[in-house]
Design a protein around this ligand. Structure first.
Ligand code: ZN
Length: 833
């Protein structure tokens, strides 16, 4: 299917102005297809000219343009319906039959195995709108919507405008404000709901019927964050939320975290934690609630003119959600979470050859814009906005944001418009600043050189190094702090505008054991810890009282392992000593997961992994013994024990519900961690996995069972899993990802080695039937975990193929970069752990 180009979009928006859409969807035509009737009114600036409307239908029944019928046979080519001889004012009516999707793009339909009930939701980002209704699908052709939905009698319908029942099985949605095409959504099914109201805004939370219990259990917390975020953004932006009701719908098999459809935000329904949730999991969800809400202003009221400014939406929402959590909720440590979750992700994107400038990357068509929608857009963009605020002042930044939102309301904006508003508000020229920070890829390395004499600092110098191949002169504002035995010995604010900045304030002070550049994590840079600091961390890190600085240290260690400057063994030494003492929930959970799923399997040679896992297990047992039920420490400990233990008796007892740590007695998700470990070790087989699935016959249970079966260490299980993953078996996006997660788990490489070459042919071929967004995830997760030169050779050959789709190519480049990091680290430090 052709992707809309920027040139085409410009030409079409110079000709066409859309007045309104009336969309009628018939969701009562069975499980495969739905009816879609679109009536669109639009003007044409040059009467007599031609254009086209986007339409990705299974079949087209009737077409009428200005009252004249067109023959629907064979008229739509490549998803485009040509429109010739347009009048000044036009009405086009298209009746078509569309297919439901199963890859999370378009109108997705899923069956809940818990009760066999079906659910539908629309996810029309980025170019899936024409698979639901006929439209001029580009972000700058906005129009108000009137939507009617016919659905089975027992279904509930939710959408952008307030829904009301117009008759048996028929629902009408209130006329919306002008919306971009990709924001239109309808969620329909036997959803269960909880309602509330705040400041005149009706609120709704919705989920599958089988999730009624967690929905009701989490509703108070969700509404609380929702209300606080509304108050905060109303105050900050000075513009009231304009889209009427505010619904948050937790939907199945959602590819991303959530989607900011005006009035009807969709979330992945794993956010309704079935079992015990850690504080950082609640923080992550609160962050997503706030993130999507901030988009109501930045993204929805004002939309980027073209996809190349998508980053600005995401950087802004990423920044605003953290700010909102810190200022207006109990999650005052949201920036700590950002350091160890979001920035670790972003630094990974920055290390890959696919890295790119935050802004100004030419997106010549819609699909190529999607390739730049990554950790750079979110995490680096948000860090860059924090540096912008340090540069112009918060008051001026907010004044500029308000002016931008007011000037462009219900229209579109560009980066130039946004920066122009900040320049006007601050009186500062941002040309050089934006060239260095926004338009140049990669990051500086910052470090601190300390010279001491008898334990007293003689000199301390901050070094700032730009990458040689991407020179830039980025001004940084950040702090440097040092500790010995938990005592902070000095903290200095630095404005680094050159390669060296002397910290005169520290001269003559006692030399700290640990020195942390960027201790408050204000800037975006590779933080290089000194050798002396790394050596001191096992005894020192657990004593540092500043969680933000600890997160920066962990992030720097992870970055260092990936960059082959920190040995995996050094990381594990710090882990053993400091992780069990950790009190911040985000650090505890994320560092454990990173150690178990990335550091050991990627960077530790295969023959040493068992011993490395045993080290993680010892640390986890230590935490488990120390933690009291219901505390921050009480979940990551048992989870890591469950994932790493080789104690068959313990694992079997936990799987059978015996002797479980307090609070985990009825936790189906915890049981799956145990069952996964038992499966990977070959201690149980298919029949037992299926018996655990029977105890948890839900969407989540089915996915976990697939992952467990794929991880069984025998040739038949691998052959079955590979066929399920790559063999066009009708598997959903989530099922494919879970199969891929389990597949490469193996006690030795020989069991899976034959699949390495097959990966490079079978997985790219899936682009024939799997959408780009879903497939990009599969390519990453299914990438071979056989870390050797042969995999690297095959990977390089695959990347140079010219028949890959953009998403497959991009994910291969990123997975290949991680493979090469693992090989480089093993070559440098391979011998011991
Ligand atoms: Zn977003």
């Amino acid at each position: 299917m052709r992707s809309l180009t920027l040139a085409e979009a410009r030409e079409r928006s110079s000709l066409i102005t859309v007045t309104s859409y009336a969309v009628e969807l018939d969701l009562d035509q069975g499980t495969e297809v739905f009816g879609s009737r679109t009536s669109v009114r639009f003007t044409c600036a040059e009467p007599g000219a031609g254009s086209w409307i986007d339409l990705k239908a299974r079949s087209v029944e009737t077409i009428s343009l200005n009252g004249e019928s067109l023959d629907p046979a064979d008229v739509v080519v490549d998803g485009r319906l040509p429109l010739e001889g347009l009048a000044a004012d036009n009405e086009l009516v298209v009746a078509a039959t569309m297919a439901y999707s199963h890859d999370g793009q378009g109108l997705h339909r899923a069956t809940d195995p818990a009760d066999d009930l079906d659910y539908v939701y629309g996810h029309l980002f980025l170019d899936a709108a024409p698979s639901a209704y006929a439209c001029f699908d580009q972000p700058d052709l906005k129009a108000p919507y009137d939507v009617t939905v016919h659905a089975p009698l027992e279904w509930t319908v939710i959408g952008n405008g307030a829904a009301s029942k117009a008759g048996a099985g028929t629902w009408t949605l209130a006329t919306t404000k002008p919306l971009a095409t990709y924001f239109m959504t309808v969620c329909a099914g036997p959803y269960v709901s909880v309602h509330d109201e705040h400041d005149g805004i009706p609120l709704g939370l919705h989920a599958r019927a089988s999730l009624r219990e967690p929905l009701e259990r989490h509703a108070a917390e969700l509404f609380d964050v929702t209300k606080r975020s509304f108050d905060y953004f109303h105050g900050l932006f000075g513009i009231r939320y304009p889209f009427g009701e505010y619904h948050q719908v937790f939907v199945p098999e959602f590819n991303a975290g959530a989607m900011e459809n005006p009035g009807c935000v969709t979330f992945r329904d794993q956010y309704l934690y079935r079992g015990a949730a850690t504080r950082d999991e609640l923080l992550t969800r609160a962050n997503t609630v706030s993130h999507e809400m901030s988009h109501m202003w930045f993204g929805d009221i004002v939309t980027m003119k073209w996809w190349d400014d998508l980053w600005l939406n995401e950087s802004f929402a990423e920044y605003m959600s953290h700010r909102c959590l810190v200022d207006a909720t109990e999650y005052t440590d949201a920036w700590v979470d950002s350091s160890i979750v979001r920035k670790v992700w972003g630094y990974g994107a920055e290390r890959s050859p696919s890295t790119h400038p935050v802004a100004g990357v030419e997106a010549l068509d819609a699909q190529s814009a999607l390739q730049n929608f990554d950790g750079i857009s979110y995490a680096k963009g948000a860090a860059t906005l924090r540096q912008l605020i340090a540069y112009v002042g918060d008051e001026h930044f907010i004044a500029g944001v308000r002016a931008y939102l007011t000037d462009k309301s219900y229209g579109n904006g560009t980066l130039a418009d946004f920066l122009g508003a900040i320049e006007t508000a601050s009186g500062k020229d941002l040309e050089a600043w934006s060239r260095a920070w926004l338009l140049t890829a990669d990051r500086d390395t910052i470090s601190v050189d300390v010279e001491e004499q008898a334990g007293v600092v003689e000199s301390a110098v901050v070094r700032r190094e730009a990458p040689a191949d991407r020179p830039a002169d980025r001004p940084h504002a950040f702090d440097v702090a040092g500790w010995t035995d938990g005592r902070e010995l000095g903290r200095v604010m630095v404005t680094a505008t050159g390669p060296e900045t002397t910290l005169a304030e520290l001269e003559g002070t006692p030399e700290p054991s640990v020195v942390v550049p960027n201790a408050s994590d204000l800037t975006w840079a590779r933080v290089r810890l000194s050798d002396a600091t790394v050596a001191a961390l096992p005894s020192q890190l657990g004593q540092i009282p500043d969680a933000q600085a600890r997160a920066v240290v962990w992030s720097a260690l992870i970055d260092g392992v990936h960059g082959a400057t920190v040995a995996p063994e050094a990381f594990l030494d710090v882990f053993d000593a400091a992780w069990p003492l950790e009190t911040n929930s985000s650090i505890l959970t994320r560092v454990a997961a990173y150690a178990e799923h990335r550091i050991v399997p990627y960077f530790v040679p295969r023959e040493l992994q068992e011993a490395a896992m045993a080290r993680l297990n010892r640390a986890a047992v230590g935490l488990l013994e120390r933690a009291t039920a219901g505390t921050t420490e009480s979940l990551p400990g048992p989870r890591l024990v469950a994932g790493t233990s080789d104690d068959e008796a313990l694992l079997r007892a936990w799987a059978d519900g015996q002797g479980l740590p307090a609070g985990l007695e009825d936790d189906g998700d915890f049981r799956w961690i145990v069952v996964r470990n038992l499966s990977a070790r070959g201690l149980i087989g298919v029949a037992e996995v299926e018996s655990f699935r029977a105890k948890d016959d839900t969407l989540q249970g089915g996915l976990n069972a697939l992952m467990c079966r794929a991880s069984l260490p025998d040739a038949d299980a691998k052959a079955w899993a590979w066929e399920q993953l790559t063999g066009r078996q009708g598997r959903s996006n989530y099922e494919m990802v879970h199969l891929a997660r389990g597949f490469w788990v193996a006690p030795d490489d020989s069991l899976v080695a034959d699949y390495v070459p097959r990966y490079f042919t079978d997985v790219p071929a899936m682009s024939d039937w799997v959408g780009e967004d879903a497939l990009s995830r599969v390519v990453l997760v299914a990438f071979p975990r056989v870390f050797d030169d042969e995999t690297a050779r095959l990977s390089a050959a695959a990347i140079s193929r010219d028949d890959l789709t953009p998403a497959v190519h991009r994910s291969l480049v990123d997975a290949d970069a991680e493979l090469r990091e693992a090989l480089a680290s093993r070559a440098t430090f391979g011998a011991a752990v």
